[in-house]
Unconditional design. Structure first.
Length: 762
């Protein structure tokens, strides 16, 4: 009887439900993507073209047409938020049937379901636990110490990053190449990976990456299990296919062997996560992987104006690794993309905030506005300006600049040097970086301070003369107190910015982040450099610390729903705003020089896709800024506008230089480009600017054109391969020239980036 009821339910679930009113609002391309139910389908969905609507409507259409039951559809998203939104949208179309879509979720949540069913096949029990990041790092540290590896030099965080990369590529310990394994602990990387995996099995646990890796192993080694899922899934749908990594790609390929009905939705022009393992080639080769695949291009944009789309489409055509599409809209005209040249970063923040104030004064809202930066260090100037003007704002995807851990640590060092009685600051930095002063020692010190009724620093000075604190803790404490005394003595003779650099260097704090191989570590170092540069605007250390305290206080008073959004370009994907500000479009900043150095042409194309994503976030107005000068590594440098500025189609751009763009420091217009106040593409000033840029010689690095110094820039006749002498780093040989910046392999100091004006021919 129960079996008969089940068959009846199945027949009812698959029976066509009649007319489909949900198809009526679709444009022809969207409808084509929804109704192409047989065979592999690639939906190339440009920004703002309604891809989520297509995916959810397609899922509803499969059910409405009786092509499959809810439990026979595998629908994969990248985030839990996307999965919830899709479930909600499908529910609005098909009602309670959505509750039976048990295989709708993220790659990892679906893999966890599968792994629970077959855990014993990879040496686990179905009750296995999933480690969070803290637990993973704690376990890796135990493994590193047990294998007699110096955990201070070879950190658990570094190893975790390597293992995550290997798992993203579908590599178990036995598949890691000798070359890859040598990147950690003098060749012990693969061995430590294996020990870690064995330890996880003993604990009946797995980390996030294991969810996919173990499922892959099951599919590859147990054909009967894979066959069961082939019979189970009649339709497969995948969102954001351009962001899949190797492991996710292999996982999908294996499951797709059971049914030709695979539909992937994505945009090769919005693949911006290569730094965390995403492979844009996965979407580029879809037609090769699935012969006969139907390709549907969604090009009608419902978000942005004609000029914004024209500028974005013109920019992205410079990429060679793309399938090709051109966005268009019925919203003809609109404002052209504004390109503005300014003097420096502070002028950039002032000009951008003026634009946002003007927007709000014309019945607009702060929430309409977004500032999208390439790197988090760019946020500081904008945050200062927002606070000065009383403009409410929020940082999306991360803390505000002065709330970042590395900035708070640096401030704690400064406060501890400034005041012997600032116990909170001293407690924060007493064992950062690690000095062997553990929690037990800190408790003893705090108890002594309470008994003696003195500040913690003073209690520490007493305790290092007794036997109550011994070993590494006493040595570390003695060295820290000696450093603080020396820094305190220097406060009267050194500029506070220079003193901060010395403190970060001599304390080992900067070295701690340099040794950290986590991809976020370099961003923390950049933020510290921006901090030092920001201090130059204040007369003394007291003035700066007072400013920080006031900023923090003002931040807490500005809570409102109507806030300007400040975020990185990566965090902006999937969002949209009426007004988008895009600052820092200069060479070395955007595209990122670090990315180009590490990835060459491939990285350049991803940087260009990131610019495309930034532009297509704008609905009504987009404003791009580039500065003539940036303070980089503590020194002012003249910088060139980004190559992306040149690649914007002139017919969609209003390019102007604000008053004093190049002549605020006495530079003549003929020498530097702009001489008139509001030069445009069609003016003599813009022509002179272009002419100057064209004099800059270029050379190719892995096929990527990159500007280097013109004859007017000071390189002192230096050439690649030349031996030079630097006052601080000694003798070395030039390995690379980039304008007036040199990369030099020093004989004793290693490879450093230095300014050409600070070296002499040896």
């Amino acid at each position: 009887m129960a079996e008969t009821q089940k068959i009846s339910d199945l027949a009812r679930a698959r029976a066509p439900a009649g007319p489909a009113p949900y198809l009526e609002g679709l444009n022809p391309e969207q409808r084509e993507a929804v109704e192409a139910l047989d065979g592999p389908v690639l939906v190339l969905a440009g920004a703002g073209t309604g891809k989520t609507r297509v995916l959810t409507t397609r899922l509803a259409h499969i059910l409405n047409m009786g092509k499959a039951s809810p439990w026979e559809i595998l629908c994969v998203t990248f985030t839990n938020k996307a999965a919830r939104e899709m479930r909600s949208r499908v529910g609005s179309l098909i009602g309670d049937t959505v509750e039976r879509l048990q295989w709708l979720g993220t790659f990892h949540s679906i893999s966890a379901q599968i792994l629970r069913r077959h855990a014993e096949l990879v040496g686990l029990k179905s009750s296995f636990s999933i480690l969070d990041t803290d637990d993973q790092l704690r376990l890796l540290k135990q493994v590193i110490i047990a294998e007699d590896v110096d955990e201070k030099r070879w950190t658990a965080r570094h190893l975790a990053s390597l293992i995550d990369g290997w798992k993203n590529r579908g590599l178990g310990p036995d598949k890691v190449s000798e070359q890859d394994g040598c990147s950690f602990a003098n060749g012990k990387g693969a061995k430590l990976y294996g020990v870690y995996q064995d330890r996880l099995k003993v604990l009946n646990a797995c980390d996030f990456g294991d969810l996919l890796l173990h499922t892959l192993s099951i599919f590859l080694n147990h054909e009967d299990v894979l066959g069961d899922y082939h019979r189970r899934f009649r339709y497969l749908l995948v969102d954001e296919y351009q962001d899949t990594n190797v492991a996710q790609y292999l996982w999908l390929r294996l499951l797709a062997r059971g049914s030709a009905n695979l539909c992937v939705v994505g945009d090769d022009d919005q693949s911006i996560y290569g730094w965390r393992g995403a492979e844009v080639d996965n979407i580029l080769r879809f037609e090769k992987d699935f012969p006969g695949a139907k390709v549907v291009r969604l090009e009608r944009n419902y978000r942005s104006t004609e000029h914004i789309l024209g500028a974005a489409s013109g920019l992205i055509t410079a990429n060679k690794g793309r399938l090709g599409k051109t966005l268009w809209t019925d919203e003809a005209g609109g404002e052209k993309v504004a390109v503005r040249g300014v003097w420096d970063g502070e002028a950039e923040a002032r000009a951008a905030c003026e634009e946002m104030e003007n927007w709000c004064s014309k019945d607009g809202a702060c929430a309409d506005c977004a500032v999208l930066v390439r790197a988090s260090w760019q946020m500081r100037a904008f945050e200062d300006r927002f606070i000065a003007l009383g403009l409410p704002y929020r940082v999306v995807g991360g803390p505000r600049f002065f709330e970042r851990a590395e900035i708070r640590d640096a401030h704690a060092y400064l406060r501890a040097v400034k005041s012997n009685a600032d116990d909170l600051a001293f407690e924060r930095i007493i064992n950062v970086p690690k000095r062997g002063i553990g929690a037990t020692s800190v408790q003893k010190l705090q108890q002594a301070a309470r008994v003696m009724n003195v500040p913690l620093q003073e209690a520490c000075r007493h305790m290092i003369t007794t036997d109550e604190i011994s070993g590494k803790a006493r040595t570390g404490l003695r060295m820290l107190l000696g450093d603080i005394d020396r820094w305190r003595e220097a406060t009267g003779s050194l500029p506070h910015g220079e003193l901060t650099e010395i403190i970060l260097d001599e304390s080992g704090y900067s070295a701690m982040w340099m040794a950290d191989k986590n991809p976020l570590a370099q961003g923390r170092l950049d933020n510290l450099k921006e901090l030092v540069q920001a201090m130059g605007a204040f007369d003394n250390l007291d003035g700066y610390l007072e400013h920080v305290a006031l900023v923090s206080e003002l931040d807490t008073r500005n809570e409102t729903d109507d806030q300007i959004s400040l975020m990185t370009l990566h965090a902006a994907k999937g969002l949209e705003f009426p007004l988008v500000i895009l600052p820092g479009w200069e060479e070395s900043v955007f595209p990122s020089q670090r990315s180009l150095d590490e990835g060459g042409t491939t990285a350049l194309e991803e940087e260009r896709r990131l610019a495309y994503v930034g532009l297509t976030r704008a609905r009504k107005q987009a404003i791009i800024y580039f500065a003539a000068n940036r303070q980089i590594y503590g020194r002012w440098q003249s910088v060139l506008p980004s190559r992306f500025v040149d690649e914007l189609p002139p017919e969609h751009v209003d390019a102007q230089a604000d008053t004093g763009y190049y002549n605020q420091a006495g530079s003549g217009g003929d020498d530097t480009g702009f001489s008139d106040n509001r030069s445009t593409y069609n003016s003599p000033g813009w022509a002179r600017f272009q002419a100057k840029k064209d004099t800059v010689r270029s050379r190719t690095i892995e096929g990527t054109a990159r500007p280097i110094a013109s004859d007017k820039q000071s390189t002192n006749g230096l050439q690649q391969g030349m031996r030079i002498f630097h006052q601080k780093f000694g003798y070395g040989r030039i390995t690379q020239l980039d304008g007036d910046k040199l990369s030099v392999a020093f004989e004793k100091a290693g490879t450093k980036k230095v300014m050409a004006g600070f070296v002499d021919k040896a």
